[in-house]
Design a protein around this ligand. Structure first.
Ligand code: 7TS
Length: 409
């Protein structure tokens, strides 16, 4: 993998911020976009902008081909068995909400259980809280190990025959932990529950095979995988999607409309009410082309190397607390940390003055912050365009932050 060549495809990286070359270490929040993705969307708007699925005119046909062609790219990317199982959504959040509102409302009632973990992102907590309130179901949490991993024994203890839904992230956006989703899915199925996977931090970084995982639903966002904002995917097994009611009603998703009753289009369109996110889907298709050309295995390996390098270097800085598994083999390409006596927002501000972009805050995971016993942390997250040099600059910035604050106090 030639990172130098890859970087040339991301024009945004070639700029100075606060007088320093930009070091972008916030890809877990959103990734940057290569020229091919930007151009694919430009080409659509400049050359064949039209609505899809309706007209016979030439531009409309091209737009439909682009949109449905992107669906096939997604199908192949996650190895779904059919494009009927690939629903375009606004992102991970919308995808999980769709499962909760459609599958959840139809299948849960008082006495049933929903199981999640203490490390989930808010978008994989709140839809289930709301569903539990509406249906009288109970929301249960799998506890975490000291090092921020999930023990299979704890999953076995928490999931029971009353559990109807298990919903767990594949990779943590805070701890970097890679969770044993295949094993957890097996436990969910043994208890008669469906398995929902929040794949927002997995799909961009490793090869995902939904058939191998055997999960029932899988959600991810385009913008974290070099694609545009506003587009994401809900994968669902056909046997569930066929029985599920749509959650948005209107144009595009109907077959026959009468005065009192209507019928729905077949999968996947019954879940895509209204004019869809055409440019976004086309951009996501180009993003998938880009990632596959580099190779998901190469990306994963590169990020593991960066994470191991970062853990090593950052552990050498005095007063540093690093969260999540110590073993780089157990974590994806991000490092969440705190420096003694310095607020993470101050860390991020000092780093920003050096042109280094990291995220500080609760990372949309307040229950996890509570579990870690902190109010906030700083996080550096890596992607295919980051280098060891970026990490050297981060570490130099952290040393500077420490010096700055020890002078102040
Ligand atoms: N799930 C996980 C694991 C995430 O990391 C995120 C976004 C989401 C769901 C929600 O995705 P969306 O595209 O629907 O917003 N995570 C982050 C983050 O870590 N920093 O900013 C956004």
């Amino acid at each position: 993998m030639d990172v130098k060549e890859i970087r040339k495809q991301f024009p945004i990286l070639d700029q100075e911020v606060n007088g320093h070359p930009l070091v972008y270490l916030d890809s877990a929040a959103t990734s940057q976009k290569p020229i091919s993705v930007i151009e694919a969307m430009n080409d659509y708007y400049r050359g064949y902008n039209s609505n899809v699925h309706r007209g016979v005119h030439t531009l409309g046909t091209r737009a439909t081909d682009g949109y449905e062609g992107a669906r096939e790219k997604v199908r192949n990317f996650i190895n779904a068995s059919s494009t009927q199982e690939v629903i375009f959504t606004r992102g991970t959040t919308t995808a999980i909400n769709t499962v909760a509102a459609s599958y959840g409302r139809a299948n849960l009632s008082e006495g049933d259980e929903i199981v999640i973990t203490h490390m989930e992102h808010h978008s994989n907590i709140i839809p289930w809280q709301q569903l539990a309130k509406e249906t009288g179901a109970t929301l249960k949490y799998v506890p975490l190990q000291e090092d921020g991993t999930i023990a299979i024994e704890d999953v076995k203890e928490t999931v029971t025959p009353q559990t109807k839904i298990v919903s767990i992230m594949m990779v943590s956006n805070v701890l970097g932990t890679m969770n044993p989703i295949k094993e957890i899915t097996r436990i969910a199925h043994e208890n008669g529950a469906v398995m929902v996977v929040d794949g927002a931090q997995a799909a961009p970084h490793m090869k995902v095979d939904v058939q191998d995982l055997d999960c029932d639903f899988f959600a991810f966002s385009g913008h974290k995988m070099v694609g545009p904002t506003g587009i994401g995917v809900l994968y669902g097994k056909k046997k569930h999607l066929n029985k599920m009611e749509p959650v948005e009603f209107g144009g595009e998703m109907i077959d026959f409309v009468g005065l009192q009753e209507s019928t729905w289009k077949e999968l996947p369109w019954k879940f895509e009410g209204g004019t869809p996110i055409i440019a976004g889907a086309i951009g996501l298709g180009a993003a998938i082309d880009f990632l596959e050309q580099v190779g998901l295995h190469n990306i994963e390996e590169h990020e593991h190397k960066l994470a191991a390098y970062a853990l090593n270097k950052m552990n050498e800085v005095e007063g540093m607390t690093i969260y999540g598994p110590n073993d780089p083999g157990q974590r994806a390409g991000l490092v969440t940390f705190n420096i003694d006596d310095v607020h993470p927002h101050d860390v991020a501000t000092v780093l920003d003055a050096e042109g280094i972009a990291v995220r500080a805050g609760h990372h949309c995971a307040q229950p996890l912050m509570k579990w870690l016993n902190v109010s906030a942390t700083a996080r550096a997250s890596f992607y295919l365009y980051n280098t060891e040099e970026d990490i050297d600059k981060l570490v130099a910035g952290l040393v500077k932050t420490k010096e700055f604050f020890s002078d102040v106090f």
